[in-house]
Design a protein around this ligand. Sequence first.
Ligand SMILES: NC(=O)c1ccc[n+]([C@@H]2O[C@H](COP(=O)([O-])OP(=O)(O)OC[C@H]3O[C@@H](n4cnc5c(N)ncnc54)[C@H](O)[C@@H]3O)[C@@H](O)[C@H]2O)c1
Ligand SMILES: O=C(O)C[C@H](O)C(=O)O
Length: 341
Amino acid sequence: MLRSMLVRSASPVKQGLLLRGYASESIPNRKVVILGAAGGIGQPLSLLMKLNPLVSSLSLFDLANTPGVAADVAHINTRSQVSGFMGDDNLGKALEGADLVIIPAGVPRKPGMTRDDLFNINAGIVKNLSIAIAKYCPHALVNMISNPVNSTVPIAAEVFKKAGTYDEKKLFGVTTLDVVRAKTFYAGKANVPVAEVNVPVVGGHAGITILPLFSQASPQANLSDDLIKALTKRTQDGGTEVVEAKAGKGSATLSMAYAGALFADACLRGLNGVPDVVECSFVQSTITDLPFFASKVRLGKNGVEEVLDLGTLSDFEKEGLEAFKAELKSSIEKGVKFANQ
Ligand SMILES: NC(=O)c1ccc[n+]([C@@H]2O[C@H](COP(=O)([O-])OP(=O)(O)OC[C@H]3O[C@@H](n4cnc5c(N)ncnc54)[C@H](O)[C@@H]3O)[C@@H](O)[C@H]2O)c1
Ligand SMILES: O=C(O)C[C@H](O)C(=O)O
């Protein structure tokens, strides 16, 4: 009762904090940087991070158009102070003091392309941005959105190793959109309220390397094997579904911004010491024989607190896992090789 009265009489910022279980005086300052902030994902992600009461400073960086995006979101009456930075000369200033760097910088797919077809352009972008992160904010958490995630995460890891700043607990490939899709598609077929649905998605973030574990979905529903197969395929092809619908005008931006904001919020809650924050992410891992793997991860004050194992898989999921291991291994090795050449 007292709590709901407090919430109602507080400012919008305090309301957000009180509702999430924080005493507003105890909220730490957190600087979040978005690299690629003027892009299709970057703009709605900037908006969503401006709405997040856990952010005190929001730093928006892109090669062009950042001043306009920054001026626009800066007028929103929420907690964070916004700054916009444009061009490589200002990258250091954008990054200094960051707690969390989110990277949606890079080109998106067009119909007929795979995510790996983006490698030639995006690998170089991610490598340069990672060099700057190692120099200006070596202790920040990094949320990698740029594709192909299965290779860009290993690229960043290698760059950080070379710079002597690598901390495997702080580097994350963002696979939250796969989880968001799996939840949406499952809820539709299982006829359960989508807000109650949980589905872990493991493996990687491209085609068959995306493996939703519907056998572990909750609430459980008695779906036929054919339906599970169809749901799995739709989740794996979710990105392509959007690329084709956009017909040459890019890939998922709005659902990705939502997913990126969810994952960033989970990272910030972890940093702030909120217990039991668990999300799927593509991280350095020993739960299979692959050096990077997406699975459920417990987030804490230093980033990854625990990489959770896969749990019990159905026969269909076991087959799916074996079927993609070689592809995921080669995407990881491609990233490692690129970073070291
Ligand atoms: N992980 C996922 O689930 C997921 C989902 C959707 C899209 N993506 C990927 O996200 C990336 C961005 O997609 P988008 O639709 O926003 O593309 P976009 O072209 O609309 O925006 C990309 C932005 O990055 C900027 N950029 C390019 N090089 C940069 C650099 N060196 N430094 C800073 N900014 C730079 C561009 O100026 C542009 O504003 C793509 O690689 C896409 O495949 C990943
Ligand atoms: O599909 C893409 O190219 C973008 C992204 O990886 C997605 O899953 O939507």
